[in-house]
Ligand binder design. Sequence first.
Ligand code: SF4
Ligand code: SF4
Length: 439
Amino acid sequence: MNNFSLINYENVMTLFKGRTPGQVIIQYTDKCNAQCPQCGMRVTEKYQRSTLTEAVVKRIIDAAAEKGIKAISFTGGEPFINFEELVSLIKYAGLMGIPYIRTGTNGFIFLKHEKDDFKGSITRIAEKLAETKLRNFWISIDSAVVEIHEEMRGLPGVIAGIEKALPIFHEHGIYPSANLGINRNAGGLVNWPRSRPSQDEWLYELFVTSYRKFYSFVIDLGFTMVNACYPMSINGADNELNAVYGAASEDYIVSFSTQEKILLYKSLLHVIPEFRSKIRIFTPRSSLYSLIKQYEGQREYGFPCRGGIDYFFINAKDANTYPCGFRGEENLGKLWNLDIKNLDNRPYCRNCDWECFRDPSELFGFITAMLRNPFAFLSQTWKDKNYYKLWIEDLKYYQACSLFNGRMPPDYARLVRLDRKCDKKYLGIKEEKHANSNF
Ligand code: SF4
Ligand code: SF4
């Protein structure tokens, strides 16, 4: 079991230097066997696929460990296509002392749940993962409606398989998280107002209902943890992005206008407190609050992304390092040649909402600002105490969730003690008024 703690000497010193604990996302492969409409790596796309060799990934892990990186994610495509090698790489990262190791699946391993050997095959997977120091294991869920999720992924029957598999993982001390890539189908298929004039309250209620439905759905399936990946739609300032990570998409299903994003993030800010004592929810409300402010026009609000400073993305095609999966024109070369300590330590980028980098940048950015310039920090927080309150609540919640240790069961008694109703004054939206007949 991993016992990664935020408050230890090394991390505190890192924060004092204006840096945050580093993370590297390794795109182990861009091969995939699913057909998600929201992703450029779906199986139906025809292009030359790549998988990093075991030797190269080990070299990347060696370099990450040597440079003091704390978190490694193995992502895809679908990393579980090469399960045995993936397990060996996770083991290796654990041996090299990386405390925070994550990976996940689109769920294809849970297909054919009706077969006699299903339980045996999932038990073998759980046993192998349990032997490693894997800390978090995510399973993608796109919608609260079974048929919609399965159609989007092209994986019929997968939800029943996930439901059967979760108790087996729990028996092995692994608590998977449901990973929602925010999309228009999250709450079920609805008639989206493509041509309607802006109807803020209508849309807001639609989102609120969707996320209530989604969180209830994953709780009923047996998940104890959930995360939401913010939409990566390309609009406005995002036009400068040149993705090397094929998960970015311009498909309507994940494309939201600025106004839609504001309402979407407000609805999450609203709904999350209703479920925080029932399931561990990664999504920090302070981060949502900053995104809302930024989309409302205060582009400099909150803390910029630390992609390219403390966080990096390794591309499966060339094994090179990039500031993130979306700044493809900034090839930083091989991680083992990168002088991370001497990189320009002035974050500035807010060009996308990639939660893998934006959420920790926001949470740690607050601490580094406090340590480096307490007066500026105090004057800023005085101007907007809502942000400060949300950040403190997030921190307490993260502690109550043992920093989302996916090798520990939830402590619901602790979570209940933090139970809060959302204060609507944060949101700038009055009470919900209209029932929505589409649900
Ligand atoms: S979202 Fe994930 S599972 Fe779906 S096509 Fe893309 S890489 Fe594959
Ligand atoms: S905000 Fe972060 S993840 Fe997004 S483009 Fe900028 S550095 Fe990359």
